[in-house]
Design a protein around this ligand. Structure first.
Ligand code: KIV
Length: 271
């Protein structure tokens, strides 16, 4: 792990550290990051996971959706993030159509790990066969269920998922299947808090929520949303931490503390 920027040796978190945090009931903090400066800042504040999300298509590139993001974009931004962090665990998104089959997924995931320093890749949806294949190759996988932004053209709008019993049961079943297939982490986006609680309680792998209520094992927000600088309207589940603080580093520290102390999200940010 690259620690040369700072000299002192700091242990980089592993997937086992995330599982241990779940087991001892310590909330896991995660923010998206896309560049070296924010990576170093979030890392120094103690954010546990830096997610190089394909949300960069919207907040960095100004695209309408995450769909135009390429593997090359992800490789570039993940490298920027990984070069500047010491402790935080790094997850990189596999972007739209970079995992149409297991082999393709493995080849693109390998680029994110070998060229950019990602420790895990995240895939949207219940990609069970692909998850099994990646895990067999030694590639740790983070699942992503609930609202799947890469399916926006099928969904029509970014809305809460799992509201009907049938939809909730499907998400719960998929969560178990992903764990069974070897995923070591799960992101749950925009689902009712009660469903997220059931999934977090039943799964042994850590569940990181975004718009999924307080009972997940950890929380993730899009960095630019929580700093209040995203283009357009921020989602209801996010919170602008800059409104209560005087600097970017104080806002990130306030988020870190609020998640660790179970003060974020509140019912106002949940469904
Ligand atoms: O791309 C991203 O930022 C994400 C989070 C919203 C979880 O996947």
């Amino acid at each position: 792990m690259n620690q040369a920027l700072y000299g002192a040796t700091v242990k980089t978190l592993t997937v086992q550290d995330m599982t241990a945090m779940k087991q001892r009931g310590e909330k896991i903090t995660c923010l998206t990051a896309y560049d070296a400066s924010f990576s170093a800042l979030c890392d120094a504040i103690g954010i546990d996971i830096l997610l190089v999300g394909d949300s960069l298509g919207m907040v960095i590139q100004g695209q309408q959706t995450t769909l135009p993001v390429t593997v090359n974009d992800m490789v570039y931004h993940t490298r920027c993030v990984s070069q500047a962090r010491r402790r935080a665990f790094i997850i990189a998104d596999l972007p739209f159509m970079s995992y149409p089959n297991a082999l393709c997924a493995a080849q693109n995931a390998a680029r994110l790990m070998q060229e950019s320093g990602a420790q895990m890749v995240k895939l949207e949806g219940a990609r069970l066969e692909t998850t099994r294949f990646l895990v067999d190759q030694g590639i740790p996988v983070c699942g992503h269920l609930g609202l799947l932004p890469q399916q926006i053209n099928q969904l029509g709008t970014y809305k809460v998922q799992g509201k009907t019993t049938a939809d909730a049961d499907k998400i719960l079943e998929n969560a178990h299947q992903l764990q069974q297939a070897g995923a070591s982490l799960l992101v749950l986006e925009c689902v009712p808090a009660a469903l997220a609680k059931t999934i977090s309680d039943e799964l042994t792998i850590p569940v990181i929520g975004i718009g999924a209520g307080i009972d997940c094992d950890g929380q993730v927000l899009v960095l630019y949303d929580m700093l209040g600088i995203s283009i357009g309207k921020s989602p209801r589940f996010s919170k602008n931490f800059m409104l209560e603080t005087n600097s970017i580093s104080d806002a990130i520290a306030a988020y870190q503390l609020a998640v660790k102390q179970r003060q974020f999200p509140t019912s106002e940010h949940s469904f």
